[in-house]
Each structure stands twice: as structure tokens, then as C-alpha cells.
Design a protein around this ligand. Structure first.
Ligand code: PHE
Length: 339
């Protein structure tokens, strides 16, 4: 065997290679266990002593050259990328993969989780209810007769073929469900979706989220409601906010109040976010109406309780300075990635 003719053959062979598979065959032909280079080095012991050194060096140089040629060819075949062929399959197992983008929790779910965590620390349990409700649970049980004017405030989607079923317009029907199925003392928060046929704009959506909360026990007072809500509001909006209770009307609470916090943007001085009022409305609340207790079979002489309900989107918008509710539902990643 003559190293020079091998070199010539080598060049012709490498030129002809057009696939990673052919390159692997080439590698085996020259560098394999029974390949040409192995054959050459096998000859060394048969040579006269004084020729062995030189021959060995040339065989080694040939091996180096073959490795270079393989590496070059491989780069050329894999589009200029420096990769390694893995075995006979020709698949390049070292090529970088296509990274999967990790998702994360939606900002509304983050706010729901945060609020629920505050209330669970205060001893509340989390309870959920169905989005399709009965008229009784959504209205009647909550002391809202069907012809009562307050019902206008809860414009409602009714199910077409089941006129007694509707998409709940607030989370308060879960008060009825929980009070019927459990015995006081109760301390419950209810996160969930609610529906109202509102035209969609920057501050309205036909679907949004509420968190309801209520406590029922033998000696619950309005001051308990104030204490719980103040703890909640400071945990969400910071310790330096002020709160105020504004008299209001809800059929299922008496007395009722809307709760405002001092504007977190202008600190109460008056700005465009709070409409120059210095206050932001965050939730509705009150002492549970005795008629609600009567509807669920709880004795209003023995038990009292408070309830409150807040809109999650509103809290999230105030907390993060978001000015359009539609952003939550459009799945625009440029928005969602900010949370
Ligand atoms: N359900 C009321 C609403 O949707 C909020 C509320 C809940 C008010 C509980 C008082 C007590 O507007």
C-alpha cells in the first residue's frame, strides 16, 4: 500500500460525497477499525526498523488530514453549521432544539390568587359555584323579587330554552348555596365569572370576575366588616391608603355600603383616574339581610353576618394602572408578558 496513492484516492472520494450518510461511510472506510489507516498502521511492525518512524508519522499525518476533510465536508453538508454526525442514522443530535416558550399565569388569575390568599390567611375558605344559576339563587334568595327595581342593576342573560336558568350576574348566589349546604359559623370567599349584557367598552365587558366574601356567626358586627375590609385593602393597595364607607343600597344587605379607598395615583388630591374626587370605589358590602337568612333556613335572631363583593378587573386595573378592560381578554402577548 502506498500512502501517495491513498492520498489521491482520498481526494477523489471526498469530492464525491453528497450526504451525511456517505460521509459516515467514508469515515468508516478510512478510519474504521478495519479501515485503510488501521491497515497502514498494522504494517508498521513488518517494516525495517529505520523506516518505521517515518512511516508512522506519515500514517498519522494522513489520519489528521482525513479528520480535517471529514470536518470540512460535514460543515458544508450541514449548511455551514459546525455540528457532529451521530452514528449511522445521519441525524444531527447536537443541533439546537426549538425552545418552547413557557407560559405564565394570567394577570387576572394572579390578582384572584393574591386576594384569595389574603382572605385564607384571615381564616376564610374558598368556595366556587356554577356560572349557570337559578333565578332563585341569583335573585329571590337574595331578597331581590323579580319585579323589584333593583333588578335593573343586574341585567341578566337568560338561557333560551330554560327560562328559569340564567348566567349568574354576580357571585352572591354562592352565598345562598353555601348557607343552605353548611352550618354556621361560615367564613367564605367565592372567586368566579359573572355575566351581564353590557356593551363592551373600555370599562365594561359582558363577562367579568368577582370575588364575594361573607361571614355568618352569632355575633358579627359592622365593625368586623370594617376590620376585615381594611386588612384586605391595605394588603392589596398598601398600608398608607385611607378607606371610607358610603351608604348605599343592596337588597341582600342592610345596612349596605360602598367602600372607597383614597386614590392610589394622586393620594387623595384628585386626578383623572379618580375623576378629581380623590376616592376610588372598590367594592359593595353590608350586613346580611334577615330575609336572606330566612330563605336559607338560618335563624336571623340567632345569627348575623356581613357580605361584600368586588370586581376583580377593577382591582387589577387600579393596582396596575390599566385603562382598558378589554386588554385582559384579547390575548395580546405584548400586554400579557408584562405581568
Ligand atoms: N353582588 C353585588 C354586586 O354585584 C356586590 C355585593 C356583594 C354587595 C355582597 C354587597 C354584598 O354589585
Amino acid at each position: 500500500m502506498d500512502i501517495y496513492s491513498i492520498k489521491a484516492q482520498l481526494d477523489a472520494d471526498i469530492q464525491a460525497i453528497a450526504s451525511l450518510q456517505a460521509l459516515e461511510d467514508f469515515r468508516l472506510k478510512y478510519l474504521g477499525r478495519k479501515g485503510i489507516v488501521a491497515e497502514l498502521t498494522g504494517l508498521i511492525p513488518t517494516l525495517p526498523k529505520e523506516e518505521r518512524g517515518k512511516f508512522g508519522q506519515e500514517a498519522n499525518a494522513l489520519k489528521g488530514r482525513i479528520n480535517e476533510l471529514i470536518a470540512e465536508k460535514q460543515r458544508a453538508l450541514s449548511g455551514g453549521q459546525d455540528t457532529k454526525v451521530s452514528g449511522a442514522s445521519g441525524n444531527d443530535i447536537f443541533m439546537p432544539g426549538i425552545a418552547q416558550e413557557l407560559g405564565h399565569i394570567h394577570p387576572l388569575t394572579q390578582v384572584i390568587d393574591e386576594i384569595c390568599a389574603i382572605f385564607t390567611q384571615l381564616g376564610f375558605s374558598i368556595v366556587e359555584g356554577p356560572e349557570i344559576e337559578t333565578e332563585f339563587n341569583n335573585f329571590t334568595g337574595l331578597n331581590i323579587p323579580l319585579d323589584h327595581p333593583s333588578r335593573d342593576a343586574f341585567d341578566t342573560f337568560y338561557l333560551k330554552d330554560y327560562s328559569k336558568l340564567l348566567l349568574r350576574s354576580h357571585t352572591s348566589p354562592v352565598q345562598i348555596r353555601a348557607m343552605k349546604s353548611r352550618k354556621p359559623p361560615l367564613a367564605i370567599v367565592v372567586p368566579g365569572r359573572v355575566y351581564r349584557p353590557d356593551a363592551v367598552d373600555a370599562s365594561h365587558s359582558f363577562m367579568f370576575h368577582q370575588i364575594e366574601g361573607f361571614i355568618v356567626d352569632t355575633d358579627i358586627k359592622f365593625s368586623d366588616l370594617k376590620g376585615v375590609l381594611e386588612t384586605f385593602a391595605k394588603a392589596v393597595f398598601g398600608n398608607d391608603i385611607k378607606m371610607r364607607f358610603r351608604p348605599h343600597f343592596f337588597p341582600f344587605t342592610e345596612p349596605s355600603a360602598e367602600v372607597d379607598i383614597s386614590c392610589i395615583i394622586c393620594k387623595g388630591k384628585g386626578c383623572s383616574v379618580c375623576g378629581r374626587k380623590g376616592w376610588l370605589e372598590v367594592l359593595g358590602s353590608g350586613m346580611i339581610h334577615p330575609n336572606v337568612f330566612r330563605h336559607v333556613g338560618i335563624d336571623p335572631k340567632k345569627y348575623t353576618g356581613f357580605a361584600f363583593g368586588m370586581g376583580v378587573e377593577r382591582i387589577a386595573m387600579l393596582k396596575y394602572g390599566i385603562n382598558d378592560i378589554r386588554l385582559f381578554f384579547e390575548n395580546d402577548l405584548r400586554f400579557l408578558r408584562q405581568f
